[in-house]
Structure formats: structure tokens, C-alpha cells
Design a protein around this ligand. Structure first.
Ligand SMILES: Cc1ncc(COP(=O)(O)O)c(C=O)c1O
Length: 381
């Protein structure tokens, strides 16, 4: 959308949309808002959430701690205790940790600030749509690093990186599940010391390799993590960035004071300081990974017109032969009480649906319902 030239008399612009056009960057006006299908269903597998709520005892401990606090007072200014708990959880020093009210919030702050450099912004796509949206808000157009036809990171198709470029990728990547091998990331980092690598590792706990110890060797690597996925705290809204202490110190200036509320601070600190709770997280993670593998096998055995891609996250991407089949399956699943994510409007994701790995029962409900739909799919081709 072209920005309108400013009229002589701004006060004649009375309607909201006209004012928006006058004052917001064109990239923001062009960017669609966050959209999600809301259906009330029995089996909710559309947002890559954790299938289990936190253990009752843990929630009770959090509530007891909250009851003792003074809610009329601002929380701890630098969230030192949670920062220390996060540092221990991931195995880095505290100065490498920047906390945020969700990784989405950190993406907004960090990407919009770092995209102002003089280099290019390169985005591995298709990926988590928030990146393109945030770049749109600041009127920055990214070059794309397209994943291969079967959604793999292909180093051969990456543009030659230059000093001051920012490369953004998610690994495990949402919604494709693709994972950039640690050796490949290492290869890129070694050859491009002046490029900044922002690697969104929101699903790190489900992945076969952990990038964290690369932080000690490369100050141009920034990792993004979240409490929303394997840690089961999507409703709490806490994320963290890990990186070079000097960069983290500068980025911390972008955050509003007291960005994390008492509830979030208390809840996540309780989780990370509790060995039993962490053992619960580890056990649940293994269950989800095992269910993911079971689902891949079961979908392949359905003999339906669907491809399922390898995933290193808590979700799977399915691609159907035709757009009609994709729609039929999505609607058929909703009808059967199973909500998954229709990602097919995204560029490069035509005919694709994404399903979150749920509990065993939820996954079985999904599989049974998919089987029902698949028969219709073959008939309806
Ligand atoms: C790759 C990726 N990054 C970040 C996020 C956002 O996580 P949060 O809940 O911390 O905002 C998501 C959420 O689905 C995601 O898939």
C-alpha cells in the first residue's frame, strides 16, 4: 500500500483508517493481524501447546507464594531470581539471559531493533509468521532463504552472507518441523563472524541437538526460547533470549520496566527451581517425542493421499495432494471435534495442515478422525 501524501489540513482526516494511513508505516498497514480459527472442540491440537497442565502441587505452591506477596508493589526490577533459574536451566551465565513477557514479545523488540542495521535481513521461510509481521511493522523487507521442497534447510541455496546481515531462522521450524543440524549452524557461524544469527529455538527441548554451548564460542549467535512449549506454560507468557552479554545488556534497554508480572515471575521460578517439576517436564517431553514418532508411523500406514514431514518439534506438518482434500480433511476433523491448524494460506505451505502432538488419547482421536476423512479424500479427488 502506498503511503498517502499528507493533506494540508490534517484535521479534515476524521476517520480512523485515514489517520492510520497517515501515521503508520506502510509495511504495518499491509500486514494482516494475528488470526486464529476459534472452535470449541474436544481435542485442541492447533497451537503447539503442551497437552498437560502443570502438576497440582506445583500450581498450589505458586498460589501460596503469590498470596504472600504485595500485589500493590512492582515486582523485582531486574527479575534476578528468575534470570538465575533460567541460566541454570539452560546452562549459561546469567549475563547471557534476557527475559521477556513471551518469546513473541522478545521477537517484537529484538527483530524490530536489529533490523535497523545497514545490512540485509534474511529470513528462512516458510516459518513462524510473526517474523514477517514484525519486519512489516518497521517497514523492512526481508530476503528469503527458502527451505527445500521437502522443507529442509539447504545451505546450498543460502545467499552469500555479508558483514552486518541478520539471518533469522527457527529451528525446529514452525510449521515445518525442520531442524538445522548443529554442525550446519556451526559451519555457518564459523564462516560468517560478522553476520548476526537469530535462531528461534522455541521447541529446543524436543530437538535432537542443543545449540546452547555454541554461545560460548560465537558472540554473533542469539537464541530465543520460551516457557510456552515443553515447559507447559503457554498461559504464563515468559520467554528468554540467550546471547552475548554485551548484546544482551544493550537489548535489555528496549524492554519496558517491570516487563514480567509477579504471577509469571513466581510461577516460572517455582517450576525451574523444583527438581521434581523438571523431572516431570523431561518425562512429558519424552512422551511427546514418542507420540510424535508413533503418529508419523500411523499416518504413513493410513495409505492416504498425504505426506507427513519429519519434525523435531511437538507438531507435524501434513501435505495433501489437492487443496480440496486439504479443506475436506480440515473441515472433517473440526466436525469430528478435532481442531488442527490450517497453515495452507502461507506462502510455500499450500495444501498443508499442522497438527500438534497431544496426549495419547487426543492423538488417537485425531488419527481415527483423519482415517475417516482420508476415505472421503480419496473419493473426493
Ligand atoms: C517458532 C516460534 N517462536 C516463538 C513462538 C512464540 O512463543 P511464545 O508463546 O513464547 O510467544 C512460537 C509459538 O508458537 C513459535 O512457534
Amino acid at each position: 500500500m502506498r503511503r498517502k501524501s499528507l493533506p494540508n489540513d490534517v484535521t479534515t482526516q476524521k476517520h480512523g483508517h485515514v489517520l492510520a494511513e497517515l501515521f503508520l508505516p506502510a509495511g504495518c498497514l499491509d500486514t494482516p493481524g494475528y488470526a486464529i480459527d476459534v472452535h470449541s472442540v474436544q481435542t485442541k491440537l492447533d497451537q503447539n501447546e503442551h497437552p498437560s497442565d502443570w502438576p497440582r502441587e506445583l500450581k498450589t505452591r505458586v498460589m501460596r507464594k503469590l498470596l504472600k506477596q504485595e500485589w500493590n508493589r512492582y515486582p523485582e526490577p531486574h527479575s534476578a531470581r528468575l534470570r538465575s533459574a533460567v541460566a541454570t536451566y539452560v546452562g549459561v551465565s546469567e549475563e547471557r539471559v534476557l527475559l521477556g513477557a513471551s518469546s513473541s514479545q522478545l521477537i517484537g523488540l529484538i527483530v524490530s531493533a536489529l533490523a535497523h542495521g545497514s545490512g540485509r535481513t534474511i529470513l528462512a521461510t516458510p516459518s513462524f509468521p510473526l517474523y514477517e509481521r514484525v519486519l512489516g511493522f518497521v517497514d523492512r523487507r526481508a530476503e528469503t532463504w527458502r527451505l527445500s521442497a521437502d522443507f529442509k534447510f539447504d545451505l546450498g541455496s543460502l545467499t552469500k552472507l555479508r558483514a552486518r546481515d541478520v539471518l533469522i531462522l527457527a529451528s525446529p521450524n514452525n510449521p515445518t518441523g525442520s531442524f538445522l543440524a548443529k554442525a550446519d549452524l556451526l559451519w555457518l557461524l564459523e564462516r560468517n563472524p560478522m553476520t548476526l544469527f537469530i535462531v528461534d529455538a522455541a521447541y529446543a527441548e524436543f530437538a535432537p541437538e542443543d545449540y546452547t554451548n555454541l554461545l560460548g564460542r560465537f558472540d554473533n549467535l542469539l537464541l530465543l526460547r520460551t516457557v510456552s512449549k515443553a515447559l507447559g506454560g503457554a498461559g504464563i507468557r515468559v520467554g528468554f533470549a540467550l546471547g552475548d552479554p554485551k548484546l544482551m545488556r544493550q537489548l535489555s534497554k528496549l524492554e519496558p520496566p517491570y516487563a514480567l508480572n509477579r504471577f509469571a515471575l513466581t510461577a516460572v521460578t517455582c517450576l525451574l527451581e523444583d527438581r521434581e517439576a523438571l523431572a516431570w517436564v523431561a518425562e512429558e517431553t519424552q512422551k511427546i517425542i514418542a507420540e510424535r514418532d508413533r503418529l508419523v508411523g500411523a499416518i504413513n500406514e493410513l495409505n492416504a493421499d498425504v505426506d507427513v514431514f519429519d519434525s523435531a518439534g511437538n507438531f507435524l506438518l501434513l501435505r495433501f495432494r489437492t487443496a480440496a482434500a486439504c479443506r475436506l480433511v480440515y473441515d472433517g476433523l473440526v466436525h469430528a471435534g478435532v481442531l488442527i491448524r490450517d497453515v495452507s494460506p502461507g506462502a510455500g505451505l499450500e495444501r498443508c495442515l499442522r497438527v500438534t502432538i497431544g496426549s495419547r488419547d487426543e492423538n488417537q482421536h485425531f488419527l481415527n478422525s483423519l482415517q475417516g476423512c482420508s476415505i472421503t479424500t480419496s473419493d473426493g479427488k
